[in-house]
Design a protein around this ligand. Structure first.
Ligand SMILES: Cc1cc2nc3c(=O)[nH]c(=O)nc-3n(C[C@H](O)[C@H](O)[C@H](O)COP(=O)(O)OP(=O)(O)OC[C@H]3O[C@@H](n4cnc5c(N)ncnc54)[C@H](O)[C@@H]3O)c2cc1C
Length: 383
């Protein structure tokens, strides 16, 4: 099996397949450890998949203290403060910087015998309707490599997806994140700012330990273009808010800056299984449209792809059976919650005014809204 992309989705697939004794090559255009535009939030659902992949003990070396509080700032400036506890105590909401986190998962796969090759995949090889390999460009030139199955784990701008569908991924959002420090921030709190000029996007502040934070903006791409400013300028505007500026120290500096783009529209039934090729993680569009969380579904879809291919080999399944089983399992374990998030997003983040009303309502009758939140959340109990 050739896996294109060594992010969480690719490494989860590689770990699963290597444990089943499959011969796996994982290819990435980056040298690891590599940075990635992300909030670095690993939510309880993702931690559960990490436990299933048996990498939980290693995680302690790359993560920071658990998040137990959330603060949500509405467009009108009102706040909701919530204490959260994970559904299962052993699966906490942790923050792990992506350079170390992704490297840890890749090292786990390599330790199980997976081969890594650095290079850029530029296309697929096909025989009739089925994918039979990839075209790789690296320092040695252009090479064709054949495989039983290709797994496209190459993120939101996936070349594998583009080659399979003939169209670029439907990117609809854009983001910037800065690692900064020192910054005065509670090390157990995740904050979200639904500022009027960012809406329906938002800003976040997550703690990174040692008085450092991850501060970022995730924005609708059309809305962003209408503003006529660069991402960096908009982050700077956010950092100049008096309450944010007050939390900086004279020697606070940006330690690293990354931008990225992403999309959420798999819920509109973009295909993610093809003859000889499966898409996982962001390449499949499995990021949650409401929260922007993608690590859980990246890990889970990688694991599902690995499990399905293992069972397929044991039972000599046809390509049709492999595709149908992968789609069905992703529908059950991923798509149902994505569809629900999309419905909530359309309802809640329709206009700043409506969102202000919702926040006011939540604040006003929290004892009633809290159980409602708890029935919706797949990650936490709100206290
Ligand atoms: C700003 C931002 C904040 C986010 N915050 C959070 C958060 O706090 N929590 C959360 O759960 N999710 C968050 N997400 C989503 C999360 O980052 C993604 O869902 C997750 O990284 C998806 O993992 P992946 O393995 O599918 O893809 P990626 O992590 O993007 O990995 C893809 C890999 O493929 C490689 N690649 C790409 N093209 C090629 C090619 N042609 N050839 C070879 N290699 C290639 C890349 O180098 C990369 O290593 C955020 C996303 C953004 C943009």
């Amino acid at each position: 099996v050739i896996i294109v992309g060594a992010g969480p989705a690719g490494s989860a697939a590689a770990i699963t397949l290597a444990r089943a004794g499959r011969d796996v090559l994982i290819i990435d255009s980056s040298t690891f450890p590599r940075e990635k535009a992300c909030g670095d939030g690993v939510l309880p659902g993702a931690v559960k998949v990490l436990a299933d992949l048996d990498v939980l003990p290693d995680l302690e070396t790359v993560s920071y203290p658990a998040i137990t509080r959330m603060v949500l700032h509405s467009p009108s400036g009102k706040q909701i403060r919530m204490a959260v506890k994970p559904l299962q105590p052993e699966h906490q909401f942790i923050i792990a910087d992506r350079a170390s986190f992704d490297h840890l998962l890749l090292k786990k796969a390599l330790g199980l015998g997976v081969e890594f090759r650095r290079g850029r995949v530029i296309g697929l090889i096909r025989s009739h309707v089925s994918v039979t390999g990839i075209v790789l460009r690296d320092s040695e030139g252009t090479t064709k490599l054949t495989a039983h199955t290709v797994i496209g784990a190459d993120g939101s701008t996936s070349i594998v997806r583009r080659s399979l569908t003939g169209v670029p991924p439907p990117v609809d959002s854009i983001a910037i994140r800065a690692h900064m420090g020192p910054f005065n921030h509670s090390q157990d709190t995740a904050e979200f700012y639904f500022e009027p000029d960012l809406f329906p996007g938002y800003a976040w502040i997550f703690p990174l330990g040692s008085n450092r934070v991850n501060i970022g903006l995730g924005l609708d791409i059309g809305h962003h273009r209408d503003q006529g400013k660069t991402l960096r300028a908009r982050l700077e505007t956010f950092l100049q808010r008096p309450d944010i500026r007050d939390r900086c120290m004279p020697h606070t500096k940006t330690l690293s800056l990354r931008t990225g783009s992403y999309w959420f529209t798999a819920v509109h039934s973009h295909p993610f299984a093809f003859a000889g090729a499966l898409l996982v993680g962001d390449a499949a569009g499995f990021m949650d449209p409401l929260s922007g969380e993608g690590i859980r579904n990246a890990l889970l879809s990688g694991k599902i792809a690995g499990d399905v291919l293992t069972e397929a080999q044991q039972k000599s399944w046809s390509q049709e059976k492999i595709q149908a089983t992968y789609v069905q399992r992703c529908e059950e374990e991923i798509m149902i919650s994505l569809k629900r998030s999309l419905t909530w997003k359309r309802w809640m983040l329709n206009t700043p005014r409506r969102f202000n009303h919702i926040v006011r309502l939540f604040r006003w009758c929290y004892p009633i809204t809290r159980p409602l939140l708890n029935t919706l959340s797949t990650n936490f109990q709100f206290k």
